[in-house]
Design a protein. Structure first.
Length: 463
């Protein structure tokens, strides 16, 4: 059952008090939308993880598409968990083979690629002059639009979270990386007064603000754990979550802490990988403690928390007019929750983990699952109507890897000891053959762009 605020007043009175508070103090905080205004400057009208559409905007209709068609796919040499952006017809996306790629959005042809010293699991951002992204080599980069390096900023090092005997796996003396810690923090770009800055988190536990033109540090804020979420800015406040279980709100100009909110910290059910979303004075996000949260954006007070049946929520939520959409891990669900109360209105069952953050497109919500299915789900039908596009890798491998077309970890282990870390590694490597979709998809002109665990970058047309 949804846990609402512990007051003896009715739901309507709670809503009224919240509304009055925001009307009196801030006339309601603006949503972190593509064209939102902050107190310190205008949100740049350019794509990043939270705003992946180009300045041309997506053309979408409210009817459910009837068919899908592969336009092109481009092969890299590593998993593609970086979410793509599109700017002036060029698709920018990273690969775990260590490259950032710039592809022609129409044809998939390579314009250029830039090699780093580690996996590029950070999603790029641009201010129209430079492209910004992070790499597991410990640097955040700025390239010009021709792929030439402008600057790189050294963190104290990037890594997956891990520990000896992580999650109770054996041998307990062995250091183990978390196999589900996919993403690095993705940079966002914000103009404050006359200067543009880039904001990003790091495995070294710092949230950084650097000058976008020079890479010079303006400020940093130190937490108690790696930060792999992507920050968001609204009304002069920067929000982000960390592996230390806290959701933070900082003054975007100074980096001063305004408030923090703690999520659960049970073993193997702790940490925040879901990036926050701000809408109408509320902050929405998911956590590994198996909850989707809504907080008061001004003070961090809990509005509601929806439990997800012991399933992690790694996805960044999508916030619509009345619903919040979130994906779950072990229950394989896309949840549609009431925006104000957190009550589940309906859900859609996929065939595997939903780590791909959903995107709302008109009356549809689009996302991928870990078995390699791309879904377009109709909102008006409460998820009963949908179409899907299976990656070619899924079509080739599903018969041997999946159990009755569904992800089944025990089945894939084929009798091997699941308490052994190496067994979990082998199972996850076998799942990669399906072309599972972990990144958030990009929608533009009825085309869906995304990367997959099979190493391909895809363009799929919806008709």
């Amino acid at each position: 059952m949804v846990k609402l605020l512990e007051h003896k007043c009715t739901k309507d009175r709670i809503r009224l008090m919240i509304t009055l508070l925001f009307n009196l103090m801030t006339l309601c905080l603006p949503s972190a939308s593509l064209f939102s205004q902050s107190a310190l400057g205008k949100q740049l009208e350019l794509p990043d993880f939270h705003h992946r559409q180009s300045e041309q905007q997506s053309i979408w209709v409210n009817s459910l598409p009837t068919s899908t068609r592969l336009n092109w796919r481009f092969k890299t040499n590593g998993q593609v968990v970086s979410s793509p952006i599109l700017y002036k017809g060029i698709l920018y996306v990273g690969s775990n083979d260590g490259h950032l790629y710039a592809l022609n959005g129409k044809t998939g042809r390579l314009n250029w690629k830039f090699k780093t010293g580690g996996a590029v699991s950070s999603s790029p951002a641009t201010d129209g002059k430079y492209v910004y992204f992070g790499s597991m080599d410990g640097y955040y980069y700025a390239l010009d639009l021709q792929g030439k390096i402008v600057w790189k900023f050294a963190t104290a090092g990037e890594k997956r979270i891990g520990a000896k005997g992580y999650g109770g796996m054996q041998p307990d003396s062995m250091y183990m990386e978390d196999l589900w810690d996919y993403f690095l923090s993705s940079p966002i770009v914000q103009k404050i007064k006359d200067t543009t800055y880039v904001f990003f988190g790091s495995s070294d536990a710092n949230l950084y603000c650097v000058n976008a033109a020079t890479g010079q540090l303006k400020w940093h804020y130190k937490t108690k754990g790696p930060i792999h979420t992507t920050p968001v800015i609204a009304n002069g406040v920067l929000y982000f979550g960390g592996w230390d279980t806290y959701l933070y709100a900082l003054n975007v100009n100074t980096g001063q802490l305004l408030w923090q909110f703690k999520t659960g910290d049970k073993p193997f059910m702790r940490g925040i990988q879901s990036s926050p979303v701000v809408s109408n004075g509320m902050v929405y996000f998911g956590a590994r403690d198996a909850h989707v949260y809504a907080l008061n954006a001004q003070n961090g007070h809990l509005i509601w928390a929806h439990p997800t049946a012991n399933s992690w929520v790694l996805t960044t939520v999508a916030v619509g007019d009345s619903l919040v959409f979130a994906g779950t891990s072990d229950t394989y669900l896309l949840l549609a929750l009431d925006k104000d109360t957190g009550e589940e209105k309906w859900h859609f069952k996929s065939r595997g983990y939903v780590y791909s953050s959903p995107v709302i497109a008109g009356e549809q919500v689009v996302f991928g699952d870990y078995t390699g299915n791309l879904y377009v789900v109709d909102i008006r039908s409460n998820g009963k109507k949908f179409i899907k596009y299976p990656t070619p890798s899924r079509q080739n491998s599903a018969g041997t890897i999946l159990n009755m077309d569904t992800l089944d970890f025990k089945f894939a282990a084929n009798g091997a000891d699941l308490y052994l870390y190496k067994t979990n590694q082998k199972v996850m490597e076998s799942f990669d053959q399906l072309g599972g979709i972990v990144c958030s998809v990009l929608l533009h002109n009825r085309k869906v762009y995304f990367g997959a665990n099979d190493g391909y970058i895809y363009s799929v047309e919806l008709k």
